[in-house]
Structure formats: C-alpha cells, structure tokens
Design a protein around this ligand. Structure first.
Ligand code: NDP
Length: 323
C-alpha cells in the first residue's frame, strides 16, 4: 500500500513497487502479517499528519521472516517482529510484501506466538503490556482495588482487559459500545461502564474509585480518571481517541499523590520491548488472541482503516499482506 500526496491530493492505494525502491536498512524481511492500529487508521485516511515523507508504505507493525541480513544479529529464516520506530511514518512500513529495516529495531518472535498472533497483539497489545508493567512497577497490586480500562473494545483496551484479568486484577471496562458487554466479560472485565460517565468536563476531585488505570482516550476522560483515582494510585496514559487535550487540575497530584505515567511504544528501548513481548507470551491468554482477531486482506485494509476511525472495529484488524 502506498500513500502519496501530490498537489495536495492525499491518497492511499495498492501499487506495485520494485525491490530497489525499498528504503535503506541492513535486514530484508518477507512480511507475513501486519495490522491496523489507530495510528495506521490516521495515516491511511489522512485524518492526521502521521506520514512525514511521501510516498510512504504505511503499517507501524510487521511480523515476518528474515530473507537476508548484513549483520550477525539475525539470519535468513529468523522470525521477527517490529513495532514503531517511525516505521509507517518516516520509513516504509508493514502493509507490503517486503520490508527493509534496521536490525536494532527487530525483536525475535517469541516461540509462544505465530506471526499472525503477534500481529493480533501488535503495537496495541504491546502498549497495553507496557501500561500493565508500569502499574506493577509502581506497586499497583490486585489487592489495591479496581483498575479502569478506557476504549475497552479497541485494540489497546481489549488486550489490557485480558492481561489485567489474567493477572488477578478486578477490571472495570469503559466503552461506548454497550452491545459488546459479553465480549468484554469474556476477556475478563468484572464490570462495564458507559464511556459517557467519564467524557464530559468534570470536577477537579471526585470519589476515589480507581487503584490504577489504562487510558487510551485522553482529554476530559483522562482528567476525570485522575480526579477519581485513589490516594497513591497510578494512571497510565497512552492514547488520544477522545482528544489530545488534557483539561485537568493539579489537585489529584498534589492532594492524593496520584501518578500520571505516560506510555510511549514508538521509541521505547529495545530491552523493555523484549521484556514486554516475553511478558505477553507468559500472561496473555491465547484463547483471547483468537477472540480479538479479525483477519483481513491487504486489499481490504483501506476501507478497514475508515471503519477503525469510525470506531466500529472490535479488537484487532490483522492484515494478511499475501492474501
Ligand atoms: P482502536 O481504534 O482500536 O480503539 C480506540 C477505542 O477508543 C475505540 O474502540 C473506542 O472504544 C474508544 N473511542 C473512540 N473514540 C472515542 C471518543 N471520542 N471518546 C471516547 N472513547 C473513544 O485504537 P487502539 O486501541 O489501537 O489505540 C487506542 C489509542 O491509543 C489511540 O489514541 C492510539 O493512538 C493510542 N496508542 C498509543 C500508543 C503509544 O505508544 N502511546 C501505542 C498504541 C496506541 P469503545 O468502543 O470501547 O468506546
């Protein structure tokens, strides 16, 4: 898939390109699967300036097999994963049959996963794991109380619900899709709330409800989460589905010692990525991977990107780039 911008006309379409057009890198990968993350939706539909160079192959996630490698770190036949590093934004990405990449960006595929399963997890799932690791690191144990997950039917949210429930936390899932209550319960949510409870402007401090949170939506929702977090609780902020603003006050931080922990997956150090992927292999219920997966063909990815932006996709859209 190639995104072009010519005379202010922004377009995503399937195209043939020759191998010598691939960007610089020391490893060439035969891509098996990619995915559609929220950021890919923004890039493909052109709703936000995610793409920094044209033409661009979108796709921030890649799982596939090394074809050739100039260094010693990887060899032909190795299965690898890539998440982020500006791939799909400034360097050609995963919505293609081949990718040329830098070896220092690659994570060996954990033995627990197939390339398809790894892409069902993708950046969304790996970000959910980074949020869970941040909660754990700061002492949020299951006995501390409820953990709120927002945007729960989306990619990050679905994986966060599953991981937290498996680890013994009581998970409250916030969603705008009441008809997905059974799905969220199956992933392990103990309770479900309507996202409208959190999305309007609120008070600087409210009732102490959450021991921790995984927030994928930002804006008033994030402000209200902080206002409703218990003394010493931890809010991990990774997304902006409602908006990139944060109309909050300092009250939760200075009166309740609430910790607001930002999460970035794109330039996260390689050691932390490897730890996150190993934790996913250990803590993500593989039954749930099937439940969250919708496999689509590369030719379906452009219309699926619009659906993602409309919020009608459940869980994760996994793209079979060879279908
Ligand atoms: P999805 O599109 O899969 O899910 C987003 C979910 O957000 C939707 O399913 C919906 O959940 C909810 N939502 C959508 N619009 C609104 C709104 N106006 N108000 C409140 N909730 C809304 O996206 P992902 O899960 O892939 O990504 C979620 C967010 O996390 C995105 O903003 C993305 O950019 C960000 N992200 C950040 C990363 C980082 O490194 N920091 C990495 C990965 C993602 P429901 O239907 O349940 O209400």
């Amino acid at each position: 898939m190639l995104i072009t911008k010519e005379n202010e006309e922004y377009k995503a379409a399937l195209s043939d390109v020759s191998e010598d057009q691939l960007p610089e890198g020391d490893v060439t990968v035969a891509v098996e699967y990619s995915t559609l993350n929220y950021k890919d939706g923004l890039a493909i539909t052109g709703s936000s300036p995610v793409v920094r160079k044209f033409p661009m192959v979108p796709g921030v996630d890649i799982a596939g097999t090394v074809i050739d490698s100039l260094g010693n770190q990887f060899k032909a036949g190795d299965k690898v994963i890539l998440n982020g590093w500006g791939v799909g934004e400034t360097h050609w990405g995963g919505l293609a049959e081949k990718a040329r990449l830098k070896s220092e960006w690659l994570v060996p595929l954990p033995a627990a996963f197939s390339t398809k399963q790894a892409m069902a997890i993708g950046t969304a799932g790996y970000t959910a794991m980074l949020c869970v690791m941040a909660l754990e690191r700061q002492g949020v144990t299951p006995d501390k109380g409820d953990i709120l997950v927002t945007g729960a039917v989306g990619g990050v949210g679905s994986v966060a619900v599953s991981l937290l429930a498996k680890l013994g936390y009581s998970v409250v899932a916030s969603t705008g899709r009441a008809d997905q209550a059974d799905y969220l319960k199956e992933l392990g949510a103990s309770d479900i709330i309507n996202r409208e409870e959190l999305s309007a402007p609120g008070r600087p401090l409210g009732k102490e409800r959450w021991a921790g949170a995984v927030d994928t939506v930002g804006s008033h929702t994030l402000a209200n989460i902080c206002a409703g977090t218990k003394y010493g609780g931890v809010v991990t902020a990774c997304g902006l589905a409602q908006g990139m603003d944060l109309p909050a006050t300092v009250m939760p931080f200075i009166l309740r010692g609430v910790i607001l922990n930002g999460i970035d997956s794109v330039y996260c150090p390689i050691e932390t990525r490897i730890e996150a992927w190993n934790r996913l292999a250990q803590d993500l219920d593989t039954k749930h991977i099937d439940l969250i997966t919708n496999e689509i063909k590369l030719s379906e990815a452009i219309s699926a990107a619009s659906d993602l932006m409309k919020g009608t996709i459940r869980g994760r859209a996994v793209v079979n780039v060879n279908a």
